[in-house]
Every structure is written in C-alpha cells, then in structure tokens.
Design a protein around this ligand. Sequence first.
Ligand code: IPE
Ligand code: MG
Length: 218
Amino acid sequence: MDGNGRWAQRRWLPRAAGHRAGVEVLTPLLDAAGRAGVSAVTLYAFSTENWTRPEDEVSTLMGLFLEKAKSKVPELNERGARLRFVGRTERLPESVRAAAREAEELTAANDRIDVYVALNYGGRSEMVDAARRMISAGLAPEEVDEGTFARYLYAPEAPEVDLVIRTSGELRVSNFLLWQIAYAEFYLTETLWPDFTPEEFLGALESYASRSRRRGGV
Ligand code: IPE
Ligand code: MG
C-alpha cells in the first residue's frame, strides 16, 4: 500500500493525511475482493524497515492503527472478514498488540475472506523466525524441506500468493512475503494507494486471469 505520503504532498497536506486517506480505501476494496471470490489478502501495513522513519511518523501510524481498528474492525467483521496479523508483533506497542489480538478474536469464526495484516513484517525476518523455530523444535536437517519450512511461517495456513499488487509506481519487492511470492504474478501501477479503487483492483484481477502461469514449465 504505497504512495500515501506522495498523495498528501500533492495536496499540500501533511503525510498523516495520506495515511488516513489510505485507510479509507480498505473496506470498499476488501468488499470487492470478497465478491470477486478472493479467499485471502495480505495488506503490507508496516514493515520492519518502517521504524527508520521519523519518530513522529511512526507514532502517527501506530496511533492511526489504534484509532482505525475501532471503526474498521467491526466494519470488516460484519462483512465476514477473518483478520490475522503477521510479523514480529511482539515488538509493537502493547496497545497495538492488544487491538490486534482483539481483532483476531472477534473475527476468528468468519469465513468470507481472510485478511492478513502485515505489521512490523519483513520477509527475511519471517524466514529467520521460521528457521529459529525449527531449530527450537529440534528438527533434524533431513526433516527440513520446503513443505516443513512453509509450516513454520507466520501464517502456515495461508495459500501461496497468486498476485502481488504494488501501487505508486515503485518496482521493488521491499521484503514482502519473500517465500510466498516465489511464483506470484505482479500488477504494478502508478496509482497512489489512496486513489486505488475497487475498479482498478478488478482490472488487476482481470490482468492476472489473462496470464498463463507456467511455473517453470512450458
Ligand atoms: C505507504 O505509503 C504507507 C506505509 C508505509 C504505512 P508511504 O508512506 O510509503 O508513501 P510515500 O512512498 O512516501 O508516497
Ligand atoms: Mg513509500
């Protein structure tokens, strides 16, 4: 979900206004995703690298998360979304962790769409954490194959990623779901995240559907 800052700058607004606007597109998008039959979505909300932003922006983002969790979680719950948080959540402020836990508990039984929120998430740290947990579990080297590794990721039940959407014209992966995107298709758009509409999302799905995925075959 990239481009909130630039969206705000273009309007002579503070970056925080861009983050606020970015939250507002979520419900209509997830609605559209649910209707289109998408079973799982991961939103990259805060990366392990985002701590390097100025302190006031980091606290704005955490504050916004807390504020918006109050209104958006019930909204998403009504729509049958099951919320899960992935990342090094133990490093987040306790208030944020508590809100995340509450959201998970409230929505645990929903089955329309799984919405993973990547918070303090990094693809490399996810793999390091998986390796650590395999070692702690006492796995023998020959027990570790791709299937085992996948079971030690943050959300082992999540399907492999079919499509990655990145907004704001950036052409990078930026440490997002490194393991899970091995065969993912990409949809890259100049649109800034707060301007990303359900219509464009459906266009991205159409673009995805028209591709032929060979997965190394012919
Ligand atoms: C993405 O928008 C939002 C988060 C990282 C939470 P940015 O803040 O990266 O927006 P730009 O890249 O500065 O436009
Ligand atoms: Mg950015």
